[in-house]
Write a protein that binds this ligand. Sequence first.
Ligand SMILES: Nc1ncnc2c1ncn2[C@@H]1O[C@H](COP(=O)(O)OP(=O)(O)OP(=O)(O)O)[C@@H](O)[C@H]1O
Length: 264
Amino acid sequence: MDIPVLEVRNIKKTFKKGKYTVTAVDGISFKMMPGEVLGLVGESGSGKSTIAKLITHLQSIDEGQIIFNGEDISHVSRKKMISIYKEMQMVFQDPVGSFDPRMKIGDSIREVLCRLCYSQGKLDKIKVEEVVETLLNQVGLKPEYAERYPYELSGGQCQRAAIARAIAVHPKLLICDEVTSALDVSAQAQIVELLISLGKQLDMAILFISHDLSLVSCICDKVCVLYKGEQVEYRETKKVIRTPDHPYTKKLLSSALYMDKMNV
Ligand SMILES: Nc1ncnc2c1ncn2[C@@H]1O[C@H](COP(=O)(O)OP(=O)(O)OP(=O)(O)O)[C@@H](O)[C@H]1O
């Protein structure tokens, strides 16, 4: 039987700034099975990005547990985390900023392949060029884009390249933090379709972080709604949309655009 790819158990994080304390994440729990798409929704400041940073160890947790592939990674070393990044990748809001501006797109993808795959003997060096081409093809970019610098791509193309780099290592979990926020509506739809199709093809779980409940409802199996660092809903998307429990979810729903397109 499949075990969860990710289990987050009652995690908490506070930040101290002088005499002030901000509780950014206050007792969040959820579970993701292989191939599952979970939406993490909430307004600005509700703790979405902090959760992503806690899972990926960009920040340390104060309390709770993060179980990845059955292993407690809540407090593992940096070295151990580097090996975990072969199975857990993240894509950010600003696609251009997520690349080294001095490196061509192909070199950035090659670098990840070399760093995370050679050491495991997963990849023969002579196959790298083929793999880069296949990855670009998988995200709908022509091979010649490997020779371009990030600033020579549109936002949508650059986000595709960032996704190609993330899936290069065949992650079991892809964390997408507001990946469509900087894109126009048509590029947003294409990126969302691409992610869903890749998730199915690669049996990859996707944690889709967004402030947009209507978008999340179209693509996610389950949704976790955050309000001021707390989890106010965590259920199948259809149930949350049809019978929201919390007044904040009701407010989100009543203000959601494209209600008619919601997957209910
Ligand atoms: N490094 C930090 N130091 C101090 N406070 C922080 C830090 N990171 C986040 N916070 C605070 O924690 C809370 C949650 O922030 P977070 O970035 O997780 O929210 P978010 O839901 O991702 O917001 P947005 O959608 O605007 O990105 C906010 O009040 C924020 O100001």
